[in-house]
Design a protein around this ligand. Structure first.
Ligand code: HEC
Length: 303
């Protein structure tokens, strides 16, 4: 069955080729009527034979055969008309499937080429704009958002808690009503507090009970691991971005002093000042110091 179809297919393809070839040859070998007419007239003029255009066959078979043979030589146009037949090019082969598909393929339009040429420039500008933005991040909260990546593994990306305590929903503010105690604890960590024998690192009167050193696990100290201004940024981020402290309400004074973009303390830390001794140059700050110390209850709000 398959063989039959294949043979049929083959022969029909060959058939059409032969037919094509035949048509081509016929159209080429046909001698135009005006040329025939001219040669008849020539022959008539030279041989004086029958000039009748309607009887060309008679001319060749007439008695004046040598004359007509002679006449045939100079009558240029007739043989020339036959010449193309010998030089006739072979009929064009039909394109194979692959070639015809290649010829009819969609090409990239000119306007798209222009776009493609601009692509490397666009990529260069895009990369620059992205990196420039990263460099521009400034202020305690922006720096803190970056630094918090160090803390997120134990405290959760949104401060929801994990191995370490929860910060969100005001939890971190309950432990540390004063930012200085939080800064101190993050600086030195559980190990140093254990060694120093400091049990209450936060508010001893914490709502829901105080958080005691080592109660939950071991919090690494970050002094020396990150800079002091980065550490302040992370703590600001925990209090204001995650913990829910209101920079325009109860925490306005603290925010302005420590965590606002124009915070003098932050700028001084960037300039090389240390958290441990920052109380020496600023009023009404709880001393952070160079080691663990007891946490403090909320300071009396001054009228
Ligand atoms: C390896 C896990 C881990 C990492 C990383 C970590 N912490 Fe902690 N954190 C803890 C643990 C555990 C505690 C509880 C310590 C204890 O019980 O003494 C804690 C406690 C705290 C507390 C006290 C919270 C409370 O309400 O008592 C603060 C504040 C804190 N971490 C801040 C940070 C900051 C800021 C970073 C990042 C710079 C950080 N932590 C990174 C595990 C971690």
């Amino acid at each position: 069955m398959h063989k039959f179809i294949a043979r049929n297919l083959n022969s029909s393809v060959e058939d059409s080729r032969v037919r094509l070839f035949a048509v081509y040859r016929v159209s080429v070998t046909e001698i135009p009527e005006h040329l025939l007419q001219r040669s008849r007239e020539r022959r008539a003029a030279l041989g004086g034979g029958d000039a009748s255009p309607n009887t060309p066959a008679e001319t060749t078979s007439s008695s004046s055969a040598p004359v007509s043979a002679e006449a045939a030589v100079p009558s240029g146009p007739a043989p020339r008309a036959v010449a193309p037949e010998a030089a006739a090019p072979p009929p064009p082969e039909p394109d194979s499937f692959v070639v015809s598909r290649y010829r009819s393929r969609k090409k990239v339009p000119a306007w798209a080429m222009a776009g493609l040429a601009l692509l490397p420039i666009w990529m260069f500008m895009y990369v620059r704009s992205v990196t420039a933005q990263a460099e521009e991040a400034s202020g305690p909260l922006a720096i803190g958002a970056e630094q918090y990546a160090t803390c997120a593994g134990c405290h959760g990306g949104n401060g929801q808690g994990g191995v370490g305590y929860q910060f969100s929903e005001g939890e971190v503010l309950k432990t540390f009503p004063n930012i200085e105690d939080q800064l101190r604890y993050v600086l030195y960590g559980t190990g140093a507090y254990n060694i120093a024998g400091v049990v209450n690192y936060g508010n001893p009167a914490r709502e829901g009970g105080p958080h005691l050193t080592g109660e939950r696990g071991v919090m690494p100290g970050f002094a020396g691991a990150i800079t002091d201004y980065e550490l302040l940024g992370a703590v600001c981020y925990e209090r204001y971005s995650l913990g829910g402290a209101d920079p325009d309400g109860d925490y306005a004074e603290e925010f302005e002093k420590w965590c606002a973009e124009e915070s003098e303390i932050f700028v001084e830390l960037q300039g090389g000042a240390a958290l441990a001794s920052i109380h020496e140059t600023h009023e009404s700050i709880i001393e952070i110091g160079d080691g663990p110390a007891d946490g403090s209850p909320p300071m009396m709000m001054e009228g």
